[in-house]
Each structure stands twice: as structure tokens, then as C-alpha cells.
Design a protein around this ligand. Structure first.
Ligand code: SF4
Length: 70
């Protein structure tokens, strides 16, 4: 799978700390999200959300669908 680029879907960014989205809260990131399915290699892993089914997301990324879990 290709690595997601910033803006892939739902305001996704590869570095959560760069998000200026109003829903973003410090500390939230893919690796603590309920959709995170685990790291594959080098900090990149799978997101269960259908919008990200064709890409890898970064463990330090974030999108506006973030929900606690991980
Ligand atoms: Fe990351 Fe969660 Fe968004 Fe998937 S749904 S890209 S794991 S924040």
C-alpha cells in the first residue's frame, strides 16, 4: 500500500501536531484511535476506516474521524 499524503481524506495529516482543525486536540493521533489496526513497519500502519482502505497511515497522523481507542 502507498503511504497516505496530507489531505487524503477527512483532513488527514501525517503529523498530527501540524493540524489546525478545530476538532484536533493535543495528543490525539492514529496510534490512539479506535480505527488504528496496528503498525506494519517504520511507523506506518493500517486504518480500518473505509476512506483509508487503500493507504497506510502514520502512527503520528490524525484525521477528523479520530475516536479514542487504539
Ligand atoms: Fe488515523 Fe483514526 Fe483517522 Fe484512521 S480514522 S486516519 S487511525 S485518526
Amino acid at each position: 500500500k502507498a503511504k497516505a499524503e496530507d489531505g487524503h481524506a477527512m483532513d488527514y495529516v501525517n503529523d498530527a501536531t501540524t493540524s489546525d482543525h478545530p476538532k484536533y486536540k493535543d495528543g490525539n493521533k492514529c496510534s490512539t484511535c479506535a480505527f488504528w489496526a496496528g503498525e506494519e513497519s517504520g511507523g506506518w500502519g493500517t486504518c480500518r476506516h473505509p476512506e483509508f482502505s487503500d493507504v497506510l497511515v502514520n502512527k503520528n497522523g490524525w484525521c477528523s474521524t479520530w475516536v479514542p481507542g487504539g
